[in-house]
Design a binder for this molecule. Structure first.
Ligand code: SAH
Ligand code: SF4
Ligand code: F3S
Length: 467
C-alpha cells in the first residue's frame, strides 16, 4: 500500500473526522465607537489565523465575543442584559452547543475586569483592548476550563503581533475601511472614562500604518478612515526622520496609488495644528468633512469639563479651518446637563451651535461615570432638565442637518459606490459628507467613484443621477 493511500472510514469515524476538521465559529457583537468596530475586525483576523471562521448567526457560534463600550451608563448596562440573554439561550439549548464560550472584550472588560465574572458567572473570558493579540491563547485557556481575565497593559505592542488581515477578508468588508493609528487619551476630560479604559496615548509608527494601508488598498479598499480616541494627537517620526503629526501622515498616505479618499476621527480641538489644517487645504483626497467635538458652548462648563479651550477658541479654529477649506462640513459631539450647567450655560451651547452650523451631530445627556471627577461633583442636573435640554438641542441640530441636505439638491458631487441598494437596480454610495447617496446601478460598479447630480433628499440619504 502506498503511504498516501487512504483507507475508507466507517460512518462513525468520518463523522468524528468532520467534527475535528469543521472550523470553529466566532460571533462578534460590537458596541460603542468606530475603534471598537476596527478592534472587532482585528480580533476576528487573529482568530481566523487560529482556525475560527466568523459567523453572523449567534446560534452557530462556538465562541461569542461582546466588544463592549463603557462611555455612558446605558452602554455598560446593555452588556449585562446581553449576557443574561445569552446565558438563557445557552441553558435552554438555543445555542450550537452547551460548551459555547462567552467572552467580554472592550472598554467594559477593561474597566470592570474580574467583577464581570463575579456578576455574570456564565462569562468564560474577559479581555481588555490592549491585549487582543493574546486572544487566541486566552480562548484556548478558556476552552480548557480556566476563567481567564486578561486586562493588564501588555508590555509588548499588540500591533506587532496581530496578523494583517487577509485580502479575502478585507474584500468581504467592502471598499471603505478603518485603520487605527492612535489609541488612548491623556486629556482627562472630567466626564470621560476613555483615559481609564484605553490607557495613555500611544501612536503607531508610520511604517506600520503605511504597510497596513497598502495591504488594504491592494485588496480593493478605496477609502480609509484613520482612527484614534484623539486621532489628531498622533505623532511619529516621518520618512525624513523628523517628528511629524497627523497632517504629515495624511500627506504620506495620499501618495499610495489607488487610495482615493482619506478621513480621520475623532479629533480634539486642541490638536488641530497648522500642518493638519494645511492638509485640508492642499489634499484633494482628504474629504471635506471634520468631526470636531466641542461638548459645550459655555466657558464655565468647558473649564469644569477640563476641555482646556474656550468657546471663542473653538470658533476661531473653525474659522481658520473654513478659510483653508471653504466647503468643509463639520460635525460635533455635545453633552447636556454636566454638573452645574445652568440655563444660561445651555443657552451658550445653543448659540455656539447656531454660530458654527453642523451638518451632523451626536448629543448626549451627561451620564456620571464611576471613577471620573465629574461623578463626584455636587449640583448634578436633574434628569428631567437634561431631557428637556437634549430635546431643544436636538431640534436645532436636526434642523441644521436637514437644511444642509436640502441645500445639496441640484449640486454635483463625487460618490464612492459601496454596496447594492435596498431596492433592485439601485446602488448606495457615499458622498464626501458621509451622507449615503442612492444611485441607479448603471451609475457604476462597487468601488467606482462617479460624478452625480443630487436630485432629492430622503430620510437619511440623498438620491442622485449620473451626469
Ligand atoms: N475623544 C473624543 C470623544 C470620545 S467619547 C473627544 O474628545 O471628543 C465620544 C463622545 O461621548 C464624547 O465626545 C462625548 O460627547 C460623549 N461622552 C463621553 N463621556 C460621556 C458621559 N460621561 N456622559 C455623556 N456623554 C459622554
Ligand atoms: Fe474622553 Fe476627553 Fe479624551 Fe475625548 S479628549 S477621549 S472626551 S478624555
Ligand atoms: Fe466606548 Fe470605549 Fe469607544 S468606552 S466610545 S468603546 S473607546
Amino acid at each position: 500500500m502506498r503511504s498516501n493511500e487512504t483507507v475508507p472510514l466507517s460512518p462513525e469515524q468520518s463523522a468524528s473526522a468532520a467534527a475535528e476538521t469543521s472550523p470553529r465559529r466566532v460571533f462578534v457583537k460590537t458596541y460603542g465607537c468606530q475603534m471598537n468596530v476596527y478592534d472587532s475586525q482585528r480580533m476576528a483576523d487573529a482568530l481566523a489565523a487560529d482556525g475560527y471562521q466568523p459567523t453572523d448567526t449567534v446560534e452557530k457560534a462556538d465562541l461569542v465575543l461582546l466588544n463592549t463600550c463603557h462611555i455612558r451608563e446605558k452602554a455598560a448596562e446593555k452588556v449585562y442584559s446581553e449576557i443574561g440573554r445569552l446565558r438563557k439561550k445557552k441553558l435552554g439549548g438555543g445555542l450550537k452547543n452547551s460548551d459555547v464560550l462567552i467572552g467580554i472584550a472592550g472598554c467594559v472588560a477593561q474597566a470592570e475586569g474580574e467583577e464581570i465574572i463575579r456578576r455574570a458567572p456564565s462569562v468564560d473570558l474577559v479581555i481588555g483592548p490592549q491585549t487582543y493579540h493574546r486572544l487566541p491563547d486566552v480562548v484556548r485557556r478558556a476552552r480548557a476550563g480556566e476563567k481567564v481575565v486578561e486586562t493588564d497593559y501588555a508590555v509588548e505592542d499588540k500591533f506587532d503581533h496581530l496578523p494583517h488581515p487577509q485580502p479575502k477578508i478585507v474584500r468581504s468588508r467592502g471598499v471603505s475601511a478603518f485603520l487605527t493609528v492612535q489609541e488612548g487619551c491623556d486629556k482627562f476630560c472630567t466626564f470621560c472614562v476613555v483615559p481609564y479604559t484605553r490607557g495613555a496615548e500611544v501612536s503607531r509608527s508610520v511604517a506600520q500604518i503605511v504597510a497596513e494601508a497598502e495591504t488594504l488598498v491592494a485588496a480593493g479598499v478605496r477609502e480609509i478612515t484613520l482612527l484614534g480616541q484623539n486621532v489628531n494627537a498622533w505623532h511619529g517620526v516621518g520618512v525624513d526622520g523628523r517628528q511629524s503629526g497627523l497632517g504629515e501622515l495624511l500627506f504620506r498616505l495620499a501618495d499610495i496609488p489607488g487610495l482615493a479618499r482619506l478621513r480621520y476621527t475623532t479629533s480634539h480641538p486642541r490638536d488641530m495644528d497648522d500642518a493638519l489644517i494645511e492638509a485640508h487645504r492642499d489634499l484633494a483626497v482628504l474629504m471635506p468633512y471634520l468631526h470636531l467635538p466641542v461638548q459645550s458652548g459655555s466657558d464655565r462648563i468647558l473649564k469644569a469639563m477640563n476641555r482646556r479651550h474656550t468657546a471663542a477658541d473653538y470658533l476661531r479654529l473653525v474659522e481658520r479651518i473654513r478659510k483653508a477649506r471653504p466647503d468643509i462640513a463639520l460635525s460635533g459631539d455635545f453633552i447636556v446637563g454636566f454638573p452645574g450647567e445652568t440655563e444660561t450655560d445651555f443657552a451658550d451651547t445653543l448659540q455656539l451651535v447656531r454660530d458654527v452650523g453642523y451638518v451632523q451631530a451626536y448629543s448626549f445627556k451627561y451620564s456620571p461615570r464611576p471613577g471620573t471627577p465629574g461623578a463626584d461633583l455636587e449640583n448634578q442636573v436633574p434628569e428631567n432638565r437634561k431631557d428637556d435640554r437634549l430635546q431643544q438641542l436636538q431640534a436645532v441640530l436636526n434642523a441644521q442637518n436637514q437644511s444642509f441636505a436640502a441645500g445639496l439638491v441640484g449640486a454635483t458631487t463625487d460618490v464612492l459606490i459601496e454596496k447594492p441598494g435596498r431596492n433592485a437596480g439601485q446602488r448606495v454610495g457615499r458622498s464626501p459628507w458621509l451622507i449615503p447617496v442612492v444611485v441607479d446601478e448603471k451609475a457604476g460598479e462597487i468601488g467606482d467613484i462617479v460624478n452625480v447630480r443630487i436630485t432629492a433628499t430622503g430620510a437619511n440619504s440623498l438620491f442622485a443621477e449620473t451626469n
